[in-house]
Design a protein around this ligand. Structure first.
Ligand code: FAD
Length: 465
């Protein structure tokens, strides 16, 4: 019997996986994962993401083993690897769940065309988003640029129930094509191994994601409305990496909330909506990570005099003119405890609380005058949930250059945010043990003058327009 290939991508799960289901229904399924860092335009994973991916693939392999399905790992340009592997396996069909980045879609379309020419059955499915970005359109047929009507339109739909794990299939008895050993990919850091804090905080894999989902629905959801803003308590779901890697599907999370929704559950559901909205933006704007959605921001004078030095040509991100400030921000040594605690949490655990992400991002862009792209790249490298859509969309939201963005003149005061959202100082004490001692650095920027500089620069930008 000819095997069917199921190509895993950002859907590292056996539950609610329509592509896997289709391959198993066909008969003998063989799973494939391709580490593609070479295709033109592909964005290679950051360091923390690679750590997660390693463990996630190991967990997926165990889950697939139980179903009698081998997992082939291959490294290289996806178009070439998928073609070669499919041919070498003598496969009769190829299945995958859809992805929504432009580069990835182009690769997939090429493979689909090739497979069609070869007479293979090829089929793709919706699994990673609750909406298909081309199907939800405004009345005039365009993309949504404002969240509320977007989410109203998306959440009015009926979302399918999650699919169960497929029953153990026939297994593939034939000779397998060549495949790589996971360790040979060197996704885990060595010399130095900085991943100890990540391992303490997280257990990657679909089973762990489901445990967290059950625990959150049973114990965390009812307090989410208020708890989600508090970095000092475990008030949000911590599901982001599981959703990012597809260890949980959004359909599973949506249905776990039940149909009768409290205020907290409705707010939580709308956070899933923000994830959808970020992907909607990314689908329609493939350069989301590298270009301002609002192009008037192209003329913004990153870094302005409030930070040390200024970039007069206004073309380049500001770290060339404010390298020390940027390094202090990365290391959590700015002298502003809310920012520093967040950056240290990020460095240690690969995750930062949402409230603190907003504060740290606003501080970088508005008080230090450093281009949002630099912050985005730092997060890309350090977050275990680093997401090609959510990361740039949120950075642009904070910077004011994005869709339905927070206006530029909304500048978070990190001190006010600290007293409001960490009232007993527990979060700060945990991440900055030296806080309040002479070992803690002095503030690297004056909040008041840098804020004013930011507002003046923004005013100038608007006047020029
Ligand atoms: P919860 O509050 O429990 O929310 C549930 C889920 O909803 C999250 O797991 C996530 O999938 C989704 N979600 C919540 N808020 C947002 C949001 N603003 N945008 C998109 N999805 C959201 N999230 C990422 O998943 N990856 C990123 O790379 C990322 N980068 C960010 C960068 C900045 C500058 C900011 C301000 C936010 C970023 N976020 C990102 C969004 C948000 O901070 C995280 O999703 C959230 O902190 C994850 O924690 P949680 O799972 O406990 O969230």
């Amino acid at each position: 019997m000819k095997p069917s290939i199921v190509w895993f991508r950002d859907d590292l799960r056996v539950r609610d996986n329509p592509a896997l289901r289709a391959a198993v229904d066909d008969g003998a399924a063989v799973a494939l994962y391709v580490l593609d860092e070479e295709s033109h335009g592909i964005r290679p994973h950051g360091g923390a993401a690679k750590w997660w991916l390693h463990h996630s693939l190991a967990a997926l392999r165990e889950d697939l083993d139980k179903l009698g399905i081998p997992l082939l790992l291959r490294r290289g340009p996806a178009a070439e690897v998928v073609r070669k592997t499919t041919t070498a396996a003598g496969a009769g069909a190829l299945y995958w769940n859809r992805r929504y980045g432009e580069v990835e879609r182009t690769i997939d379309a090429g493979i689909k065309a090739w497979a069609g020419d070869e007479g293979l059955h090829v089929e793709s499915f919706q699994a990673s988003l609750l909406h298909e970005p081309w199907k939800i359109t405004t009345k005039t047929g365009g993309q949504y640029k404002v969240f509320t009507p977007f989410w109203r339109a998306v959440s009015a739909q009926e979302f399918r129930e999650p699919l169960a794990i497929p029953a153990k299939g026939h297994g593939y008895g034939g000779k397998l094509p060549a495949y790589d050993d996971l360790d040979s990919w060197h996704l885990l850091p060595t010399r130095p191994d900085w991943s100890g804090g990540l391992a303490e905080r997280w257990t990657p894999g679909s089973d762990a994601g489901h445990r967290r989902l059950r625990d959150f629905v049973a114990n965390g959801l009812s307090g989410y409305k208020d708890g989600r803003n508090r970095p000092d308590v475990d008030g949000s779901s911590s599901l982001s990496p599981y959703l990012r890697w597809g260890e949980l599907s959004p359909f599973e999370v949506w249905h776990a909330l039940g149909s009768k929704r409290s205020d907290s559950a409705t707010i939580f559901a709308s956070e899933l909506g923000w994830r959808e909205f970020c992907w909607h933006q990314y689908f329609h704007n493939p350069t989301l990570a590298t270009a301002n959605l609002r192009t008037e921001f192209d003329r913004f004078p990153w870094a302005w005099p409030g930070a040390s030095g200024s970039s007069s040509d206004g073309k380049h991100p500001g770290h060339e003119s404010a390298p020390q400030e940027f390094a202090a921000w990365q290391k959590g040594l700015t002298g502003f405890p809310m920012v520093d605690a967040g950056q240290r949490q990020l460095w240690h655990t690969g995750w930062m609380h949402n409230r603190v992400r907003m504060v740290a991002a606003s501080f970088l862009v508005k008080n230090l005058g450093i281009h949002w792209q630099l912050g985005e790249q730092w997060f890309w490298d350090t977050l275990v949930d680093a997401d090609p859509a959510s990361n740039p969309a949120n950075w642009q939201w904070v910077a004011g250059s994005g869709a339905d963005a927070s206006p530029f003149f909304r500048i978070f005061n990190p001190e006010a945010q600290r007293t409001r959202f960490d009232p007993q100082g527990k979060y700060i004490a945990h991440w900055i043990p030296e806080f309040g001692t002479p070992d803690y650095p002095a503030e690297i920027v004056d909040l008041k003058t840098s804020r004013q500089d930011a507002l003046d620069a923004y005013k100038e930008l608007r006047e020029v327009h």
